[in-house]
Write a protein of this length. Structure first.
Length: 323
């Protein structure tokens, strides 16, 4: 209700969002039903020293800074936003149906023409929205990686897939896999963009390999990621990582390019297991939710940008008055 009031319709339900945030390895506790405007009362209630937000402006429906009270009290910290990562950007990719967001694909003119129209407010382009490219660095991967090697007695479990728009269906699956062993060490194999596009079609994956890598690494159930894993789970891969169990969800397994079963080798070794996540949420369903709410999303973005521009203009005027 709070998000719908101040920002527009959320993509995920309340329960989905709670579970997703709880699955992030840097989160210790969630505060359900938190108010949109962060107050000192909320910080004290949960025994927090300060609150943190990105370096973009967050406004209420009335155009007020949602962090004004905690900023004044000196209990606010800021983190730099990651360039090229935003909900608006992902929504744009879903609606545009192009593949230009995939790694190693040149941005085409048609894509550029559409991006100019998407996420544009009444007064031009907002500095926080629009469709851009996320740039991966080794430092970023190091920040997200656990850095832990498998220990003696660990059960090394291998899972593979696209893990696109990392969502509650993935979390539920990984949690179930995690429960299969006393000391699980889960390795997630992520297929390259072109491979995912081969078996998923359309403009999938929505998130490129770099974005998917960080999303999966952020999950508390995952110990390691294989970036650009082969589609077929080979003997070499199983031996190299000393894999004791290979798991797959209840989704369809598309044959490899030569028509063979990509899980032939783990099945032959008797280490393959199907795991039912109990969730029916898929990347396709998320895209359908967004397309259904398309007009509301676009209206929300335009309203957000108009507010941001008004705030920027007011700040500029204040600066000019000072001088």
């Amino acid at each position: 209700e709070e998000i719908a009031k101040h920002k527009g319709p959320p993509v995920f339900t309340q329960e989905e969002r709670y579970k997703m945030v709880q699955a992030i390895k840097w989160v210790d506790e969630i505060a359900p039903g938190a108010p949109y405007v962060t107050t000192l009362e909320t910080l004290d209630k949960y025994n927090c020293d300060f609150c943190v937000h990105g370096d973009d402006i967050t406004l209420t429906i009335d155009g007020k800074d949602t962090y004004e009270e905690v900023k004044t009290a000196g209990r606010y910290r800021e983190c730099k936003r990651t360039q090229g990562v935003s909900t608006t950007d992902l929504v744009g990719r879903m609606l545009l149906m192009t593949k230009a967001h995939h790694s190693n694909i040149d941005e085409d003119l048609d894509y550029r023409k559409h991006t100019d129209n998407f996420g544009k407010g009444p007064k031009g382009h907002s500095p926080w929205t629009g469709v851009s490219q996320f740039l991966q660095t080794s430092q970023k991967i190091i920040q997200f990686a656990s850095g832990k090697e498998p220990q003696p007695g660990d059960t090394i479990i291998y899972v593979a897939g696209a893990f696109d728009l990392f969502h509650i269906g993935h979390v539920d699956f990984l949690e179930k896999v995690h429960q299969l062993a006393e000391k699980p060490y889960i390795i997630a194999g992520l297929h390259f963009d072109q491979e995912v596009n081969r078996y998923k079609g359309k403009n999938y994956p929505i998130m490129n390999i770099h974005e998917r890598t960080l999303s999966v690494l952020a999950c508390r159930y995952v110990s390691e990621v294989v970036i650009g894993a082969p589609y077929a789970v080979t003997a070499d891969l199983l031996d190299h990582f000393r894999v004791t169990l290979v798991c797959h969800g209840m989704t369809e397994v598309v044959p490899d390019k030569d028509g063979s079963d990509p899980y032939e080798e783990p099945k032959r070794r008797g280490i393959f297991q199907l795991v039912d996540s109990g969730s029916n949420l898929t990347t396709d369903l998320i895209v359908q939710r967004i397309i259904k709410n398309r007009l509301e999303f676009e209206a929300r973005n335009q309203k957000k940008e108009a507010k941001e521009l008004a705030v920027l203009e007011a700040m500029k005027r204040l600066e000019e008055e000072k001088h």
